[in-house]
Design a protein around this ligand. Structure first.
Ligand code: F6R
Length: 606
């Protein structure tokens, strides 16, 4: 979602702003822009579409100036266009903004009556005019910022520069992250530490309702009208721009990295010699927990859905799961003896964060499975279990998902042990099965060519169904989510047994049906559902192991033989072919695989 960068630099900053925007590109955007101060005048360059369009514009019309702000915009209010692209400016103030100003219409009406003329469809422009109005009344930038913070409603982060004040920049955060970077005689603002990594590793994350005034010597941070101190931390993020290596797309690189990052994550949680799970000290007693509430969005939610099957089956722990955007408005009563688990790659998803806060307010301890422990969710959780996937740049989540599954599998085993639901022997067996996953995942990747050939057929379809039972059901949903988000083919993931209650009406020879069915205790049931599809002329693509394929492979239009593993770890492995299928279907359709239309990597609005 929108990315913000701000630099109070030593020399011209427009190239550094562009670099910062490139580092924020992965978040998803549809227009970009920068503004600098040139002889105390605000100058802007903005472009619809990719950063390369802005770059071309800057080559034709370069911008000098050592004070500047930049933005990648993911449209909320107002369609993607050059005019709606940030920075938004008056002759006194320029603003970049991530989030939504909920009361913008009211402010706009009020300011219009005072003679302000609005030229865009955005909510952001209101902030520029409000500040300009306050400055015109003789307020200092500091006073104007304090009043503006009290007037704005919604969730946002802002970076602001003032004409005539090349020594000053302001930042603000409410509900949407913003980091202050400390350089040597330079200061920075950024949506995340990744954007600032080439310039500084000294970062301070603003907290809720904080706003800051930066000069080249440092930052003064306020919360409301009080001055506050916030910790400056060292970040380990590398300044090098993450590349695609020999891959055509980040998504494929990230799919291929899975054996390695799954291995890295396992090392953090499984003792290979003792074949025992070793978790950090938890803020909850797993043995006494009455219920675990899992909340997340999108792919992270589907990882949680797999965990529900694991925790209920092997640990006998009741689990409730919901998408964060629904959970937060359900006013769900939470068990006094329960706890809440949130799952997020970015750690910044607005709905997940709001769900966390809701659960915390009900007295729950918060466990978080996160890929970015320094994120807002990380900072507000009682314990972070870190997925060691490394930065995930492709908008479609792949390696974050499988590493989430690994952490959740370890949590399920530890919970089962704590509750006496499994003995040490079974823990050793399950741990051994987990430790095998990196090698088996590498074997799955060897099916790339087969999956590519199948994907060419899938790419011709208008609708696709994915079916699975038990823990394969969330994998079916994940397959459908991946396919629709990057190839734009309509797909649905269904519980195999539920198909006959509706979606079976869709089956004909034009709708490929992908059946995810490792040979486990539910295999026979799924096999019957497969036959129901066949009996109606449906074309089945079958993902199973050697046993499954021996029994049913002949019924399928195509079958992919995956390694035979303990059914407990099968969801981790079966996630990979659905990713590859979606990837190759998207490439065949020629879509923008890494930055699919309309999508953002880090969803910081509700
Ligand atoms: C799908 C995908 C999204 C995210 C969702 C949550 O491929 O990536 O569905 O899983 O937006 O994001 P995080 O995990 O950052 O909270």
């Amino acid at each position: 979602m929108c990315g913000i960068i701000g630099i109070l630099g030593k020399g011209d900053v427009s190239n550094a702003l562009l670099d910062g925007l490139r580092r924020l590109e992965y978040r998803g955007y549809d227009s970009t822009g920068i503004a600098t101060l040139v002889n105390s005048r605000i100058e802007r360059r903005r472009a619809k579409g990719k950063i390369s369009n802005l770059e071309v514009l800057l080559q034709k019309e370069p911008l000098s100036g050592s004070t500047g702000i930049g933005h990648t915009r993911w449209a909320t209010h107002g369609r993607p266009s050059e005019n709606n692209a940030h920075p938004h400016a008056t002759d006194k103030v320029a603003v970049v903004h991530n989030g939504i100003i909920e009361n913008f219409q009211e402010l706009r009406d009020e300011l219009s009556k005072q003679g302000h003329v609005f030229t865009t469809e955005t909510d952001t422009e209101t902030v520029a005019h409000l500040l300009t109005h306050l400055l015109a009344q003789g307020k200092t930038p500091e006073q104007a910022m304090a009043i503006t913070m009290s007037r704005l409603q919604g969730a946002f982060s802002l970076a602001i520069m003032f004409a005539d004040r090349s020594d000053l920049m302001a930042g603000a955060r409410r509900g949407s992250p913003l980091a202050v970077g400390y350089g040597d005689g330079e200061m920075f603002l950024g949506s995340d530490a990744m954007a600032l990594a080439p310039y500084t590793n000294r970062i301070c994350y603003l907290e809720e309702d904080d706003w800051a005034l930066l000069t080249r010597d440092g930052a003064t941070i306020y919360n409301g009208d009080k001055r506050v101190n916030r910790e400056v931390r060292q970040t380990a993020l590398s300044g090098a721009l993450i590349g695609k290596g020999n891959y055509r797309h980040f998504m494929m690189k990230e799919i291929a990295e899975q054996p390695t990052v799954i291995g890295d994550t396992l090392q953090a949680f499984v003792n290979p010699l003792a074949r025992r799970i070793e978790l950090p000290k938890l803020p909850v007693d797993l043995a006494r927990l009455s219920r675990l509430t899992i909340v997340a969005c999108g792919t992270a939610y589907l990882a949680g859905y797999v965990a529900k099957y694991w925790l209920e089956k092997i640990a006998r722990l009741p689990v409730e799961i919901d998408v964060a955007s629904e959970f937060r408005y359900r006013a769900a009563p939470l068990d006094a003896d329960g706890a809440t688990l949130v799952i997020s790659q970015s750690g910044e998803t607005a709905d997940t964060l709001a769900a966390l806060r809701y659960a915390k307010a009900q007295g729950h301890k918060i466990l978080a499975v996160l890929n970015v422990p320094e994120s807002t969710i990380g900072r507000e959780s009682d314990l972070v279990l870190h997925t060691l996937a490394g930065p995930e740049i492709g908008v479609a989540s792949t390696k974050a998902f499988t590493t989430q599954l690994v952490v959740l599998a370890a949590l399920a085993i530890a919970t089962a042990r704590a509750r006496g639901a499994i003995d040490a022997k079974r823990e050793a067996e399950l741990s051994a099965a987990l430790l095998e996953v990196p090698a088996r995942a590498a074997e799955v990747l060897n099916h790339d060519e087969t999956l590519k050939a199948i994907a060419l057929k899938v790419a011709e379809a208008r609708d696709v169904l994915f079916l699975g039972r038990g823990a394969s059901y969330p994998i079916a949903m994940e397959g459908a989510l991946k396919l629709k988000e990057i190839s734009y083919i309509h797909a649905e993931g269904y519980a195999a047994g539920e198909m006959k209650h509706g979606p079976i009406a869709l089956i004909d020879e034009t709708v490929p049906v992908i059946v995810v069915a490792p040979s486990d205790d539910l295999f026979e049931k799924t096999a019957s559902n497969l036959q129901e599809v066949r009996a109606r002329g449906g074309r089945v693509i079958f993902f199973s192991d050697a046993d499954g394929i021996r029994r049913l492979g002949a019924e399928a239009m195509a079958a992919v033989e995956l390694p035979k593993v303990d059914p407990f770890v099968a969801p981790i492995l079966y996630a990979i072919p659905v990713q590859l299928l979606a990837y190759h279907a998207a490439v065949a359709k020629g879509t923008d695989v890494d930055q699919p239309r309309n999508l953002a990597k880090s969803v910081t609005v509700e």
